[in-house]
Write a protein that binds this ligand. Structure first.
Ligand code: NAD
Ligand code: TYD
Length: 340
């Protein structure tokens, strides 16, 4: 079996590549990544010399590159993780989100159709469903009502995947997961940003009233879910993946402070994100009952493991926050953290 994993140098993609290289030594795994600010080959040190793994730098929206690669490699499975993934960046610069997330997906779908892959799996997000009030859960039947340029671009991609299945008979699955956390999480996202700022005794920016709710899924449990859907998912189906760990943002921040033994005085409430979704919560019954998915982390064990990982891997995040990240942080938080 030959697998294409796109975006395999990012947070979830690199966790998935390491998981698959270890679990399936008989599979050939090709990782294609453009190496944007979010791509980091340090994430893949453990597997870079494995005989069943290969890295190719490239852009999923570059049709010529993608077609050439598919002709050469004749993939059996395609798993598309590559994306622009940060909501805040999609508010300041939506163009690249449409290019990578929508056009890139379409280029991959065409190439997958042309060579006749066994399955195309699109890694999507619960954010395509929009926002929930205080009650209820997203199911696979919930209408798509995305609210940010990021989630709109992911919803556009999902609809293309659906259309290539219905129109061209391409074998597909879509997974829609909640917020992932765990090792190798890029520090622009809430959990790693709070851990690293707290370790550096810097202010912890909490948007709005801090009462927005996210469901947190450990990245290894997500990898296990994708593995199950890849091998056993019914053709054409969508599967929600959720951690059953709903928390307000302020609860998350206070939990991390407790683990690090840092004071709550570091917390700073800042101007809210425009269009900020209030609550996400996932009903993952279909994945559990049809495919026997059984997550191994609860949030207490998962967050403890994650905080420890950041404590033990200081070089990894120091390399990141000393580069382009500085400019991003200044642009995103500069005013917000200065104004009372
Ligand atoms: P990430 O931003 O950490 O990684 C994205 C990777 O894609 C990077 O390595 C980047 O270099 C690469 N990439 C970007 N544009 C590319 C292009 N044009 N061609 C090839 N590679 C490109 O993202 P992540 O958090 O690992 O998310 C992976 C996938 O999971 C995304 O599709 C995202 O929408 C989805 N998702 C993430 C979360 C989460 O909590 N992180 C939740 C739900 C869904
Ligand atoms: P984030 O990690 O960006 O993921 P998403 O927006 O895809 O859910 O944000 C998670 C939650 O944390 C979201 O409600 C926004 C909030 N947040 C903050 O309060 N402060 C921050 O600095 C960041 C990055 C996020």
């Amino acid at each position: 079996m030959k697998l294409l994993v796109t975006g395999g140098a990012g947070f979830i993609g690199s966790n998935f590549v390491r998981y698959m290289v270890r679990k399936y030594p008989e599979y050939q795994i090709v990782n294609v990544d453009l190496m944007t600010y979010a791509g980091n080959l340090e994430n893949l040190k453990e597997v870079e010399k494995a005989p069943n793994y290969k890295f190719v730098q490239g852009d999923i929206a570059d049709r010529e590159f993608v077609n050439g690669l598919f002709e050469e490699e004749k993939f059996d499975f395609v798993l598309n993780f590559a994306a622009e993934s940060h909501v805040d960046r999609s508010i300041t610069n939506p163009d690249v989100f449409v290019r990578t997330n929508v056009q890139g997906t379409q280029v991959l779908l065409d190439a997958a159709k042309n060579i006749g892959v066994k399955k195309y799996l699109q890694v999507s997000t619960d954010e395509v469903y929009g926002t929930l009030g205080e009650t209820g859960y997203f199911t696979e039947k919930t209408p798509l009502e995305p609210n940010s340029p990021y989630s709109a671009s992911k919803a556009g991609a999902d609809l293309l995947v659906r259309a290539y299945h219905e129109t061209f008979g391409l074998p597909v699955n879509i997974t829609r997961c909640s917020n992932n956390y765990g090792p190798f999480h890029f520090p622009e996202k809430l959990i790693p940003l709070i851990i690293i700022n707290a370790l550096n005794d810097k202010e912890l920016p909490v948007y709005g009233d801090g009462l927005n709710v996210r469901d947190w899924l450990h990245v290894e449990d997500h990898c296990q879910a994708i593995d199950l859907v890849l091998h056993n998912g019914r053709n054409g189906e969508v599967y929600n993946v959720g951690g059953n760990n709903e928390r307000t943002n302020i609860e998350i921040v206070k939990t991390i402070l407790k683990h690090l033994n840092k004071p709550e005085s570091l917390i700073k409430f800042v101007k809210d994100r425009p269009g900020h979704d209030r609550r996400y919560a996932i009903d993952a019954t279909k994945l559990r009952t049809e495919l026997g998915w059984n997550p191994k982390y609860n949030f207490d064990t998962g967050i403890e493991q994650t905080v420890n990982w950041y404590l033990n891997n200081q070089d990894w995040w120091e390399n990141i926050i000393s580069g382009e990240y500085q400019q991003y942080f200044q642009k995103q938080y500069g005013d917000r953290l200065e104004v009372e």
